[in-house]
Write a protein that binds this ligand. Structure first.
Ligand code: IPM
Ligand code: MN
Length: 366
């Protein structure tokens, strides 16, 4: 268990800085009331770095991350500044760069329906009554987001073309599958592995390796679903899912679907960790530049990401649970940011106010 932790804080663009300010309030409580020694140092990333350093991933930020025990990340991307995606990808050069550099191959996104905000979910009541509690395990440093890709010109055909490559080796699949089985073993012992092995060779390899890993965990039930069928089953019958295991691209898509059905992408935190428990913790949602500085963004995913940092990097399981409980209580008391308000009985609160309320509840916790 770590009492001391050095965090590199990368608020980034869009709503990143304002939701990060609410996580700072929680860190303050953790240091004062729970006697942790969490120290934070901020670094620039994304568009905010581009303005000052002429790069979206300055060296000072990389060094800052290297010297820390964990990274708390906001979000990146802002269309107020032009970026030439044909030449470079802002996301690839910053966030994907960090994921690769620190070997953060394991992404964990826990989509849990808070019963008090059921009304924000687009699903019908009879589906929601059965509950949603899905852990999405996404491979994060391989596959098509890191494979060979180019935009080229075909002289013979006189036309431009482009390609990206989905590629996995057995070891990459093995290590993520093994973590998924370990997590499933401690839960409802059910894994759904997602692929497209009726078409893709990379998925055939994926399915074979997952099957091999499953032999080491006889108590865990393994199901395989094609991705097109999986997205349908998740909408129709989410309570039948426990742990979902996916490749990088399928996990990207499916975790957004999981966020939508629990009510809001502003509620879903994310942990990206390596085998040494070094991790990057970030909301699953984007930078939402259209609502930046309006004090209306939901800070809960950022606060829950901090809670995941306590759980996975600091191994402070109990304190992490106290943060989660405080969020739950704030919602039960009827406090809602704009994205999750659904009836006039609820109290609309701003980003700032939601941060204040959750930290006050955490202060009062026994
Ligand atoms: C996520 C995000 C990123 C991803 C983007 C910003 C590159 O959508 O963390 O899910 O696709 O991995
Ligand atoms: Mn995504």
């Amino acid at each position: 268990m770590l009492k001391k932790c050095k965090i590199a804080v990368l608020p980034g663009d869009g709503i990143g800085p304002e939701v990060m300010n609410q996580a700072y309030k929680i860190i303050d409580v953790l240091n004062k009331k729970y006697f942790l020694k969490i120290s934070c140092k901020e670094f620039l990333v994304g568009h905010s770095a581009l303005k000052e350093y002429n790069t979206v991933m300055p060296l000072s930020t990389i060094y800052g991350c290297e010297e820390s025990n964990a990274i708390l990340f906001g979000s990146i991307g802002d269309y107020s500044l032009k970026y030439d995606y044909r030449k470079n990808s802002l996301e690839k050069e910053s966030l994907l760069f960090i994921r690769k550099k620190f070997n953060l191959f394991c992404n964990i996104r826990h989509a849990k329906l808070y019963s008090s905000i059921k009304d924000s979910s687009p699903l019908k009541k009879n589906i929601l009554d059965k509950g949603i509690d899905i852990v999405c395990i996404r491979e994060l440093t391989g596959g098509i987001y890191f494979g060979n890709s180019k935009i080229k010109y075909d002289k013979n055909m006189n036309i431009e073309y482009a390609f990206d490559t989905e590629r996995y080796n057995k070891q990459e699949v093995y290590r993520i599958a093994d973590i998924a089985f370990k997590i499933a073993k401690k839960r409802r012992k059910h894994i759904t592995s997602i692929d497209k092995s009726n078409v893709l060779k990379s998925s055939i390899l994926w399915r074979e390796v997952v099957k091999n890993v499953s032999h080491n965990y006889p108590e865990v039930k393994l199901n395989n679903l094609y991705v097109d069928n999986a997205v349908m089953q998740i909408i129709k019958n989410p309570s039948s899912f426990d742990v979902i295991l996916c490749s990088n691209i399928f996990g990207d898509i499916i975790s957004d679907e999981c966020a939508a059905i629990i009510g809001s992408i502003g509620m879903l935190p994310s942990a990206s960790i390596n085998e040494n428990k070094f991790g990057l913790y970030e909301p699953s949602g984007g930078s939402a530049p259209d609502i930046k500085n309006l004090n209306i963004a939901n800070p809960i995913a950022q606060i829950l990401s901090l809670s995941m940092l306590l759980k996975y990097t600091m191994n402070q399981i109990e304190i992490s649970k106290k943060i989660d409980d405080s969020v739950n209580e704030a919602l039960k008391l009827g406090y809602r940011t704009k994205d999750i308000i659904s009836s006039s009985h609820e109290n609309y609160v701003s980003t700032e106010k939601m941060g204040d309320i959750i930290s006050e509840i955490l202060i009062e916790k026994k």
